[in-house]
Design a protein around this ligand. Structure first.
Ligand code: SF4
Length: 323
């Protein structure tokens, strides 16, 4: 298997597409084996080559804490799960204050994240204010509902340069979305030259290697420049709670495979929730987040899961990245 991993590594450096079957083989490796260790080592080496060894912080602010009628089977916001009461929205001033904090801490991206129906016009108005009030060299990311080309162009005018959007695992079965609608949004991002950030998510132990590869490749197909993997958090009271969660080793392995599979095409590879092993196995991006988090039962009044920029920097340093 080590020879095959070397072959994939060399192809990745050259920006060649790795066949689905080969990526599946990488995912079939026992995550606790020596081969998996080797896979992780090569993925880490590849991070050095394709991103100049730069570790980056992705900061995300959940603006609206409210139930959502889409009731995705993994999301704590689903109104049918009755997991929280009340409703809260951050004011523009609060968002701007938080953006300043994250930018001062060295975040490479700031994400404004909303539930499905917050509204693109409202989000764009907020983005404009953020750009005006917080100068700096950071990417401004929208993570919101569906939209077409017209709204995508308006996002660019508002100062947004990146969109986080995905076709999720189980889209149309674990969610009530028509997968085609999600793909239409990906096309709108692609057609307007917004940068696409796209993780394979939300991964649980029940997802097959073939499903993981298919969803991963969909992101590359639509021009993702940031990829990686997001594990599902088994939130008590959501329908997918009973399916459990990935082990840390398995998440790191999937991240390593996305690193090799993305090669030079999607140079930034992210892991979420944060995992030190995944950073050591090729992820150069970790997320710090606050506010409304769809993986939590309560609104966060600090950094989610107590993972902050300081800890992210420490992990990167220990894994040999520069920040
Ligand atoms: S994942 Fe998004 S669309 Fe689905 S329930 Fe949660 S907020 Fe709504």
């Amino acid at each position: 298997m080590k020879n095959k991993i070397d072959m994939v590594y060399n192809m990745a450096i050259e920006g060649k597409e790795i066949e689905d079957g080969v990526l599946v083989e990488m995912l079939e490796i026992d995550p606790g084996s020596d081969d998996a260790q080797y896979l992780g080592k090569k993925a880490r080496q590849l991070a050095d080559r394709v991103v100049g060894n730069k570790g980056k912080i992705w900061a995300s602010i959940g603006i609206d804490y409210q139930t959502c009628p889409m009731n995705c089977d993994f999301c704590s916001f689903g109104e049918e799960w009755n997991l929280f009461q009340g409703r809260h929205e951050w004011t523009d001033e609060e968002v701007i204050g938080q953006v300043k904090k994250y930018v001062n801490e060295g975040a490479s991206w700031i994400t404004l994240r909303t539930t499905q129906y917050y509204g693109i016009d409202r989000l764009n108005a907020l983005a404009k204010k953020v750009r005006k009030e917080v100068p700096g060299d950071y990417g401004l990311v929208a993570n919101t509902g569906e939209f077409g080309r017209l709204k995508a162009k308006e996002m660019i005018d508002a100062g947004i340069d990146t969109v986080y959007h995905t076709l999720r695992l189980g889209e149309g079965s674990s969610t009530k979305f028509n997968p085609e609608d999600r793909i239409d949004t990906l096309k709108a991002v692609e057609d307007t030259n917004l940068s696409l950030a796209y993780l394979v998510e939300p991964i649980g132990p029940e997802h097959t290697n073939e499903e993981i590869v298919e969803i991963f490749k969909k992101g590359l197909e639509h021009g993702a420049v940031l990829s990686g993997a997001m594990a599902r958090v088994a939130i008590k009271g959501t329908p997918l709670e009973e399916k459990g969660e990935l082990s840390a080793e398995r998440l790191a392995q999937i991240v390593a495979v996305t690193r090799l599979g993305a090669g030079t095409n999607a140079p930034d590879i992210c892991v979420h929730p944060p995992s030190k092993q995944a950073v050591e196995w090729g992820a150069n991006v970790v997320v710090v987040e606050t506010g409304a988090v769809p993986r939590a039962e309560k609104e966060c009044c600090g950094d989610w899961d107590r993972f902050d920029s300081k800890k992210a920097r420490k992990w990167f340093e220990e894994a040999g990245y520069e920040i």
